[in-house]
Design a protein around this ligand. Structure first.
Ligand code: FE
Ligand code: FE
Ligand code: ZN
Length: 290
């Protein structure tokens, strides 16, 4: 299904050095995207620069000069709300998620993408109950930034590999109207949903269980592994088991125009600097829009 509405497409970009968010903005524009996703600090730790020192105003001025008006923030993946074994991991996750929501608002994002968590052996039900407890501790009625639970591949003890698991989180929380979904193509494929051959069928199922209007962002990635592999290894578009055509159809799907789509595909060898890698996003965005 083709449509003429503007497609909102960008990639994950970095944020570091003295430019901070201005650098992220320049990077996104250099790829030809009209949105971007950033982590507000290293995804694997909780060290964070004060948002006052992130060059947010100059970064946003740059984005606006280039016609970009929305971004997506991704919470660090060390946040694990599903850990039922270590109370200190859970309380750290709650505390950090709360701070991350405030940071997202400072960054002017209305979406914070969150991995639901891993139950680390205690089972899906206990994990979901813990996630619900954690979300209820941070979510408020009028939160300006929504939490988008990401669909997961089901690697290890990850929760969120099925639409039912995500729906159970919605059912448990006090303010389900403040949850959204981040639909990752690599993850859903790895979880066993055949988005390559039957995206509309998968979406029909998603719509029955969660509601397709809940999707606030897509992560567009190919997968290095076959359907249902539960691995979560992203591939460049067309270099994996989902294939370029299926991903192109998702990006251009008329039900989801207006929904930001973010590439998180791996960096590739840099032909001009042997031994180094470079971002593939400029070419991938061009191919998807072409
Ligand atoms: Fe993610
Ligand atoms: Fe993702
Ligand atoms: Zn992934």
């Amino acid at each position: 299904m083709e449509n003429n509405q503007k497609i909102i497409l960008g990639s994950h970009v970095g944020m570091s050095g003295k430019d901070m968010f201005l650098g992220s903005a320049k990077e996104a524009v250099s790829y030809g995207g009209n949105t971007l996703m950033v982590y507000t600090g290293a995804p694997q730790n909780t060290r964070r620069k004060d948002t006052k020192d992130c060059n947010l105003t100059t970064g946003w001025n740059y984005l606006e000069e280039h016609g970009i008006d929305r971004i997506v923030i991704h919470a660090p993946y060390i946040i694990n709300l599903a850990n039922t074994l270590k109370p200190e991991t859970f309380s750290l996750a709650v505390e950090f998620l709360e701070k991350e929501l405030t940071r997202s608002i400072d960054f002017r994002s209305d979406i914070l993408v969150l991995h639901p968590g891993s139950h680390v052996g205690e089972g899906v039900d206990k994990g979901i109950a813990k996630i619900v407890e954690g979300l209820n501790a941070v979510m408020t009625k009028d939160m300006p930034c929504k939490i988008a639970l990401e669909t997961m591949a089901g690697k290890g003890s990850e929760i969120g590999r099925s639409f039912e698991e995500l729906a159970a989180i919605y059912e448990g929380v006090k303010y389900p109207e403040n949850l959204r979904i981040c639909f990752d193509t690599c993850h859903t494929h790895d979880a066993g949903y055949d988005i390559r051959e039957d995206f509309d069928g998968v979406m029909g199922e998603f719509d029955r269980i969660i509601g397709k209007e809940q999707i606030a962002v897509f992560h567009i990635n190919d997968s290095k592994n076959p359907l249902g592999a539960a691995k979560d290894r992203h591939a460049n578009l067309g270099a994996g088991y989902i294939g370029f055509d299926a991903l192109y159809r998702i990006v251009h799907h008329s039900d989801f125009c207006g929904i930001p789509k973010i590439l998180e595909t791996p960096w590739v060898c840099d032909e001009e600097n042997p031994g180094k890698t470079r971002a593939p996003y400029r070419e991938e965005i061009e191919r998807l829009l072409g």
